[in-house]
Design a binder for this molecule. Structure first.
Ligand code: ZN
Length: 322
């Protein structure tokens, strides 16, 4: 094969494999969980601050689980455009059982179940607070942080999740990883205090609707930026290998066109995460968390270690790039 063909093949492979195949990228997920701790009222803050490293590290467990459990993948997204062409999302039942009745469970699993899945955590976290089970409180809080953050990514709300339907392949990691890595230092992640949410299920759908509303702009503005920067890639060396990534000038321009969208979505995620933790604690009767100690359970059913091992040596199951 000629060098040109080889380099073209290499180029295609590199573009098809996103530089970071995880939702929001590991860094953003960790930052969101970390920042959410600082939204909490005094009565919760001490316990969460003491365990902030666990909460932060565990922010990405849900993505690691995707390497071990086939059903995990669909919990990270919902292709809203499979069911509804425009907002509001009023024909998709917001209640899981009604949705199963309308679409069947197999269909729902095929196009993603994120908002319904996140709703489940309310009951679980309230129970953990009532039992004062420090391990479960931390584990569930970290997972809530992950799924609530995914809920804020517009590319987790569409079938065209990596631009594969519009010749924009690679946009997924561009939006949620590359751009975050380049510009997050400029973000102000202060969001104010966590708020009590009266109707958690509806709030989850509201935030998801905002992601759906942003989908068109994410694609349209990338097209505009691409028109201005036809050579939008650069080869980044990583140890002994190199990867093709979007170059900084292109990213800067795309970020300017997005006009703060990524920062707003991140802040909204932090606000929702803190508010979900707080609301569950209130609904559990505001238990005293002061003397709770985080300890791994005796049977050690801790997915952090189990999934880390699988993650280190294997391949993601199901649809990638989410
Ligand atoms: Zn995810």
């Amino acid at each position: 094969m000629s060098r040109l063909i080889i380099s073209n093949i290499l180029f295609i492979i590199l573009i098809l494999i996103p530089s970071n195949i995880f939702s929001w990228g590991f860094k953003a997920h960790k930052d969101i969980n970390n920042a959410a701790v600082f939204t909490l009222p005094k009565a919760m803050f001490g316990f969460y601050k003491k365990n902030i490293d666990e909460i932060t590290e565990r922010a990405v467990n849900a993505d690691k689980r995707r390497y071990a459990i086939a059903e995990e993948g669909c919990r990270h997204y919902l292709d809203a455009d499979q069911y509804e062409k425009s907002l509001p999302l009023d024909t998709i039942p917001h209640n899981w059982n009604d949705a199963v009745k309308k679409y069947t469970k197999d269909t729902l699993m095929a196009y993603g179940i994120l908002p319904w899945y996140l709703q489940l955590f309310r009951g679980k976290l309230i129970k953990a607070f009532e039992k004062k089970d420090a391990f479960q409180i931390i584990k569930l809080s970290a997972d809530i942080g992950h799924y609530a953050a995914d809920l804020h990514v517009p590319l987790h709300a569409t079938k065209n999740y990596n631009g594969q339907l519009t010749n924009q392949i690679g946009i997924h990691s561009l939006f949620e990883s590359r751009m975050y890595e380049l510009f997050s230092l400029d973000y102000n992640l202060m969001t104010g205090k966590a708020k009590y949410i009266d109707n958690i299920n509806e709030t989850i759908w509201e935030r998801f609707s905002q992601s759906v509303a942003a989908v068109d702009s994410v694609f349209l503005l990338e097209k505009l930026a691409s028109a201005k920067f036809p050579n939008k890639y650069v080869l980044n060396s990583k140890g002994t290998s190199s990867e093709k990534v979007y170059n900084k000038e292109f990213c800067k321009y795309y970020n300017k066109l997005l006009n703060g969208m990524i920062e707003r979505r991140i802040k909204s995620a932090i606000d929702l995460v803190g508010s979900l933790w707080y609301s569950c604690w209130v609904d559990a009767g505001q238990p005293d968390l002061q003397n709770l100690k985080f300890e791994l359970p005796e049977n050690n059913d801790d997915d952090k270690n189990i999934f880390q091992k699988i993650f280190d040596r294997s391949k993601m199951l199901g649809r990638d790039d989410e």
